[in-house]
Ligand binder design. Structure first.
Ligand code: SAM
Length: 360
């Protein structure tokens, strides 16, 4: 069988950084008036799972070239760029990957972020495989919350989806350890793929109701170019809400803040809530305030981007904070992305950057 070749060099050729227009005391906004409120920082492009919808084994195999050490941002560089974004209005930072807990001494990065940005909302997305061992240290270092990915409670389905034969029980232990360490409420992300794990939607709701953890059902997305995405594989959130509500009645809940990605639904019997993330069937580009910093220091203004802006080169060439601030401001002022609103079968085939590279 012919091996899939992803031309990462194409995907990674950086865009030229545009000059910034003076802010003159005004808040930074892109061409659609959106602020730069959230930054996702990918701390590694490696993962110990090979989820079929994210890092399929045929592509991310022993021959796949992950980033060499020298190209990966140091903790100091990540903190510096985070500070620059915070100076432009960023209020929330999510550490992600790849699998962020594969990066050694991640708690040190958390402590550095916390010291540099005391008031920032600092969170982590993880597959939970190493969370039990790290939860307390992460909390002690200043992490606020975690989101844990778990696509099924059914052993066979989960092991097949992560394609690393990883057991459900260990992720559940990680979730409990995180809650016990004070990293709650824990959000539990389930990507729902038709015919693969949609039979688990109700089981997840039943299991986590009343636990204080919040299940969030995510529509399977056409991120990257390697997962063979098809619209037929997407289970619309409306269908999920209907199915859960038929068994455990739900009512819509107000968003916690403007631009919240998940739509909230609370159980009428008071046993908590679920969230649905409908980036395919109900695009939320118009309220998207997220930028993503890849492991190698490129800034991406859309999860579905084909190219990013290289900030590592100026950073390593000695650019001042003012120059970096101007670079980020210029990039953001030019931003016009609204991929999910204009998605078609054709755009879905475009060569987009992989999610494991820019961070989920
Ligand atoms: N390794 C960490 C984890 O598993 O949470 C962080 C990185 S992972 C790329 C972040 C999130 O993206 C996970 O919840 C994962 O399920 C989700 N994800 C990856 N590919 C996706 C896709 N094609 N559609 C929807 N969600 C996806």
């Amino acid at each position: 069988m012919q091996k899939t070749v992803i031309a990462l060099s194409d995907a990674r050729a950086p865009l030229a950084i545009p000059a910034a227009a003076p802010l003159d005391g005004r808040a930074l906004a892109d061409t659609m008036g959106r602020a730069l409120r959230d930054l996702r920082v990918s701390v590694t492009d490696r993962c110990n799972f090979r989820c079929r919808y994210c890092m399929p084994r045929e592509v991310f195999d022993a021959g796949y070239e992950f980033l060499p050490h020298g190209q990966i941002l140091t903790f100091e560089e990540m903190v510096r760029l985070a500070r620059v974004c915070a100076g432009l209005g960023t209020q929330k930072i999510r550490l992600t990957g790849g699998e962020p807990l594969l990066r050694r001494n991640l708690d040190r990065l958390v402590a550095m972020m916390r010291e540099a940005l005391p008031g920032i909302d600092l969170t982590l997305t993880t597959n939970g495989s190493a969370l039990k061992a790290h939860a307390r240290a992460l909390r002690a270092a200043g992490l606020d919350r975690v989101t844990v990915s778990l696509d099924s409670l059914d052993e066979q389905t989960f092991r097949a989806m992560n394609d690393a034969d990883f057991p459900v029980a260990k992720v559940l232990e990680g979730i409990e350890a995180a809650a016990a360490a004070g990293l709650g409420p824990v959000k539990v992300n389930m990507v729902v793929k038709r015919g693969v794990n949609d039979h688990q939607v109700l089981d997840m709701a039943r299991h986590f109701r009343g636990s204080g953890h919040i299940v969030r059902y995510i529509e399977y997305m056409d991120v990257g170019s390697t997962n063979g995405w098809r619209m037929d594989d997407v289970v619309p959130s409306a269908e999920i809400v209907k199915a859960v509500s038929a068994r455990f009645p739900l009512a819509p809940a107000q968003p916690n803040y403007a631009g919240e990605v998940a739509e909230r639904w609370r159980y009428l019997d008071g046993r908590g809530e679920i969230g649905v993330i409908s980036s395919v069937t109900q695009a939320f580009c118009s309220s998207c305030t997220r930028a993503r910093l890849s492991t190698d220091g490129h800034l991406y203004t859309c999860l579905f981007a084909q190219r990013g802006y290289d900030l590592k080169t100026p950073l390593r060439a000695g650019a001042s904070d003012a120059a970096l601030t101007e670079a980020v401001a210029g990039i953001w002022q030019r931003r016009a992305d609204r991929y999910s609103e204009i998605r078609t079968a054709e755009t879905a085939k475009a060569r987009k950057v992989e999610m494991s590279f820019i961070g989920g």
